[in-house]
Design a protein around this ligand. Structure first.
Ligand SMILES: Nc1nc2c(ncn2[C@@H]2O[C@H](COP(=O)(O)OP(=O)(O)OP(=O)(O)O)[C@@H](O)[C@H]2O)c(=O)[nH]1
Ligand SMILES: [Mg+2]
Length: 353
């Protein structure tokens, strides 16, 4: 972990910029701390430090011990999570295969393992009722997480669907991205929507996989119509990949790995602060925020403050008054400009004062 401490009373120096670039290249966790901000009214003078491209920063006064504790909280937050999350395997694409019972999750996992020769023995996840397998595809290690099938003579007499939902949610918590399987013949239902919503709300990557495509008569069902039907029910899914496969006929199953890798990489992307600010300027020029109750809303600047999942901070004079529609407009334009296909994006609107 690196703390870059800069002098908040002098303009950005070339060595500040050099160090900021080195820190980003190192991919180590970091904190930018702007020192010598002795009192609240000096905060504004620190705004120029966004230009370093390191995103959010802490202002403090080392001499007066002002806000040093806040910075320490930031340090604690950024420490690697591996100490707390024992089941998350690093350097692996942690891909959860989830969906309603009988959609073909285990079949898909077995199918992929048979094709990719470098199998490591499947091992049981200790806290998730899951079966994990490892494979290598395109020079990348994958950990596939399948929820273990319910035992036939289960002692659980309660609501089986509720039980499998709880397990699904546990698996989602532990992945980088989830492939949500849907039975083509049964269609897209409310439980599928709940699972999808949960994946998105958890900030995980998402791909929709329509399995058993072999069972549909293709003259009446085209992929395009199927997608349109899904978008009609869940418009946000236009920004997530939808694959049509048949595990039984070995049709396009490898697409699941290819697309997963793409989504995994999109989720890791971090945009440069200058690009985000150019974007904000253009988006506002094209379609300015509405004037509400006589308030002239502007978004002054912004940065991507986090990746995996991507989180943006946009600073505005009236962060609490930006209408939902305008927020959606910004998110959609952000996606049109920068991609992030398959990845949930969060924009946090903050006060620029
Ligand atoms: N027609 C057809 N059948 C399939 C396909 N994929 C899987 N199946 C069948 O669907 C049934 C369920 O497959 P599983 O892989 O056990 O499904 P699952 O999602 O793991 O089920 P649970 O673990 O019980 O939730 C099996 O009979 C499979 O042979 C497919 O692409 N086409
Ligand atoms: Mg299964």
């Amino acid at each position: 972990m690196v703390i870059l401490l800069v002098d908040g009373r002098s303009p950005i120096t070339t060595s500040d910029q050099y160090l900021a670039d080195q820190i980003q290249k190192s991919e180590k966790p970091y904190i930018l701390a702007v020192n010598k901000i002795d009192e609240l009214k000096m905060e504004d003078s620190a705004l120029s430090f966004y230009e370093l491209g390191l995103g959010e920063f802490y202002t403090l006064s080392a001499q007066n011990n002002r806000s040093v504790g806040d910075m320490l909280d930031g340090v604690a937050q950024k420490l690697p999570e591996k100490d707390f999350k024992d089941e998350h395997v690093k350097d692996c694409v942690n891909l959860a295969i989830v969906g309603m019972p009988n959609v073909g999750k285990s079949s898909l996992m077995n199918g992929l393992l048979q094709e990719e020769k470098s199998i490591v023995t499947p091992i049981a996840g200790t806290t998730r009722d899951s079966i994990d397998s490892f494979l290598r595809y395109n020079k990348q290690d994958f950990r596939l997480i399948d929820t273990a099938g319910l035992r036939k003579k289960s002692k659980i007499t309660g609501d089986i669907e509720f039980y499998s939902t709880v397990r699904t949610f546990r698996v989602i918590q532990d992945c980088d991205l989830a492939a949500v399987l849907i039975d083509a013949d049964k269609g897209f239902n409310n439980q599928d929507k709940d699972i999808i919503r949960h994946v998105i709300d958890s900030g995980k990557g998402l791909i929709i996989v329509i399995n058993k495509w072999d069972l549909l008569k293709k003259d009446t069902h085209t992929q395009k119509e199927y997608c349109q039907d899904i978008y009609g029910q869940f418009p946000m899914l236009e920004y997530y990949p939808i694959l049509f496969i048949s595990v039984a006929h070995n049709l396009r199953t490898r697409e699941v790995l290819k697309t997963s890798l793409e989504v995994f990489k999109e989720r890791q992307r971090k945009l440069k602060t200058s690009d985000v600010n150019d974007f904000i300027k253009k988006a506002m020029a094209y379609h300015s925020p509405p004037i509400l109750k006589g308030k002239n809303i502007t978004i002054k600047y912004g940065a991507q403050v986090h990746h995996s999942p991507p989180i943006f901070a946009f600073f505005s004079n009236h962060p609490n008054d930006i209408p939902l529609q305008y927020k959606r407009y910004l998110e959609n334009r952000l996606r049109d400009n920068f991609g992030f296909n398959g990845v949930p994006i969060k924009i946090s609107f903050r006060d620029n004062k």
